[in-house]
Design a protein around this ligand. Structure first.
Ligand code: PLP
Length: 398
């Protein structure tokens, strides 16, 4: 059966929340994907920053297979080995002493929001987030998300979130009241258009939290797990959060999220205060253990940094060649954006479509930026190929 007939079946049976590419993907290996018509794609989106070790990485597949043959699920009424190993890997390699596991990013953020409120005590529940942020699709994480378009039609939006204008710490300070309990942000806004927060800004947020006795929460769901060249993005800044969330690449495709914090703050969550039936499921946790071990091996993260420099240089060359379409490059590690000019933005969706037709998967983030999120195992040759295709597509526009 062809892509077209699969798409027709899918569109009939599904609620229309997704605008999908017109392809039924059948197989993946490394940075490559294949569809039902036999087309091959270079996947520079990685399932939205998830398959960071590439599709079907052998160590992950082995871990999943072995765990699936041993024990799939028992709930969090019991201890399980892969979950404990994962918790230790996360705490040994971050600021955190304690972990709560969930199935998704939004749920990890929900846990962070609940913990911040419980820890801060009665009357202190308000959380300051940033305009342009993205924190998830559940009602509370939607309320945290600083993009009004995601709120429309879902009112009443849960109370307790205020959004500060991006880029000036004073705008955050002005929103602090007796009710504030936390400042919550992504170290680099992914969905909002690959916008990094600079180190001085993050440092200023840390100082505000210290001065006003607030918690600093970093959403590293997209920036974490090697994506920016260190295990977590905060590790390049010297700014340490009180709570951090991870998901997306944590399981390389198996659904798992984590909320991490210090031993002191964790004490606010006693037995029965929060929970999840599936969170940290043995199979998903086994995948995440394999991912962590691979990423923590000696050469992995330095190689990401090296490929990042190479990719940035290539993207800058493209931006230089098409100044009427692109104004520059931003991002960190292998979370990179080609920033489009006003003229370029009109073509944004079309560029993504034409790249797809030429066998390259990318997307258009925040309606401003062509986002490149390849698997971290990408090669220079694969980067070159994608840049060649981009040049052909951009040259075809004018
Ligand atoms: C994707 C994402 C989320 C939501 O994660 P889900 O797994 O889709 O719930 C939250 N925050 C950030 C920064 C993200 O990129």
């Amino acid at each position: 059966m062809s892509n077209a007939s699969w798409a027709e079946r899918g569109n009939k049976a599904f609620i229309g929340t997704y605008s999908r590419f017109p392809a039924m993907m059948t197989k993946g290996k490394g940075c490559l994907l294949w569809d039902a018509d036999g087309n091959e794609y270079l996947d520079f989106l990685s399932g939205i920053a998830v398959c960071s070790l590439g599709h079907c990485h052998p160590v992950v597949t082995k871990a999943i297979t072995e765990q699936a043959q041993t024990l799939v699920h028992v709930s969090n009424l019991f201890h399980t080995q892969s979950q404990i190993e994962l918790a230790e890997l996360l705490t040994d390699n971050t600021f955190a002493d304690r972990v709560f596991m969930s199935n998704s990013g939004a749920e990890a953020n929900e846990a962070a929001i609940k913990l911040a409120r419980l820890y801060s005590g009665e009357g202190r529940y308000e959380i300051i987030t940033l305009s342009g942020s993205f924190h998830g699709r559940t009602l509370a994480t939607l309320a945290a998300t600083g993009q009004p378009k995601f709120h429309e039609g879902f009112e009443p939006i849960p109370a307790g979130f205020v959004h500060a204008e991006f880029g000036d710490p004073q705008k955050v300070e002005q929103l602090i009241t007796d009710k504030t309990c936390a400042i919550f942000c992504e170290p680099l806004q992914g969905e909002g258009g690959v916008r990094p927060l600079d180190e001085n800004y993050l440092q200023a947020l840390r100082s505000l939290c210290d001065a006003h006795d607030l918690l600093l929460i970093f959403d590293e769901i997209q920036t974490g797990m090697g994506r920016t060249g260190t295990l977590f993005a905060y590790q390049q800044t010297g700014v340490v959060p009180d709570i951090m969330t991870s998901a997306k690449a944590l399981g390389n495709g198996l659904p798992i999220g984590a909320m991490l914090t210090t031993g002191h703050i964790a004490k606010a969550f006693g037995a029965g205060t929060h929970g999840s039936t599936f969170g940290g499921n043995p199979v998903a946790a086994a995948a995440a253990v394999a991912v962590m071990r691979e990423m923590l091996s000696d050469d992995f993260l330095p190689a990401v940094q090296e490929k990042s420099r190479y990719f940035i240089k290539k993207l800058e060359e493209v931006a230089g060649r098409f100044p009427e379409l692109a104004t520059g490059v931003r991002g960190q590690g292998l979370l990179l954006g080609l920033v489009l000019s006003e003229n370029g933005i009109e073509h944004g969706a079309g560029i993504v479509q034409r790249m797809f037709e030429r066998g390259v998967v990318i997307n258009f983030a925040g309606n401003k930026v062509l986002r490149f999120v390849p698997p971290l195992v990408v090669t220079h040759e694969e980067i070159d190929k994608v840049m060649d295709e981009l040049v052909v597509v951009l040259a075809g526009l004018d």
